[in-house]
Design a protein around this ligand. Structure first.
Ligand SMILES: [Fe+2]
Length: 256
């Protein structure tokens, strides 16, 4: 449902706001899991410049390996996965987009708190990435921080204040009402929100989640499946940037 919503509503969003860059989190792009190459291509054909992954980015790693390893791919994964010799972690955690005379750096980070995968410290990884690209001049540095807790995204925005242009959270699916710009010119929002079925277990059918919550026994829940019926909702944020500083953040919310 999410892909269909984006394809259907994007033309109106583009004509109203004329965004210079389009970036999306592709965490559940393929029916509740990380993307397959066909769906990365689907988003690229819609005009997206970068897709950030998350903890599901390797769900279809056999199919996606070539895409992740392609330096031209718009699909990135959390930069702070450990790159251990022999470990089949592929892809990159940053993407530089050059378009219309503007140059933007997108950084994808992930936390380990309440998430299954152990990753390197995201704060120190942000330092390392910014240090290694210090000689390059960017019109904007955008940081997508995939995390469960609200405090972490606030701490990341504070840590990167004056060094990143926009720090935003993904993974918790619900768009938050806290968008603001710090004195340094760094903007933030705790979660940009998801695009998909409105009344659902964050995109899934309730049968896959609710019985376990009621009974306490996982056995009684069905296999989680994405919900593809009923009203949908699209969430996005429009970030206005000038001179490397965030001027404004406007939330976009479309309900079918
Ligand atoms: Fe996630």
């Amino acid at each position: 449902m999410g892909r269909e919503l984006v394809a259907r509503h994007l033309p109106a969003i583009r004509s109203e706001f004329s965004p210079d860059f389009l970036i999306a989190n592709s965490e559940n792009l393929t029916s509740g899991k990380g993307p397959v190459p066909e769906h990365v291509a689907f988003m690229r054909d819609l005009g997206f410049d970068c897709l950030t992954g998350g903890n599901h980015v390797f769900s279809h790693v056999k199919d996606l390996a070539a895409e992740l390893s392609d330096p031209r791919s718009i699909q990135i994964r959390p930069a702070n996965y450990y790159e251990v010799p022999g470990c089949p972690i592929q892809g990159k955690g940053t993407r530089v987009i050059e378009k219309g005379g503007k140059k933007v750096l997108v950084i994808k980070l992930m936390s380990s708190t309440f998430l299954k995968d152990d990753v390197y410290n995201p704060f120190l990884k942000a330092d390392e990435i910014l240090a290694s690209s210090a000689t390059e001049k960017f019109d904007a540095v955008l940081v997508d921080f995939h995390r469960e807790t609200t405090a972490e995204i606030y701490c990341m925005a504070e840590y990167l204040s004056g060094r990143a242009t926009f720090v935003y959270g993904t993974h918790t699916h619900v768009q938050t009402n806290d968008e603001h710009v710090l004195e340094s010119g760094t903007g933030m929002i705790a979660d940009v929100g998801m695009t998909g079925p409105l009344h659902s277990a964050i995109g899934q059918k309730f049968e896959g989640r609710l019985p376990r919550m009621v009974t306490g026994v996982g056995l009684f829940s069905k296999k989680p499946e994405p919900l593809s019926e009923g009203p949908g909702s699209l969430h996005a944020v429009l970030v206005e940037i000038e001179g490397g500083k965030c001027l404004s953040i406007e939330k976009i919310r479309i309900r079918d």
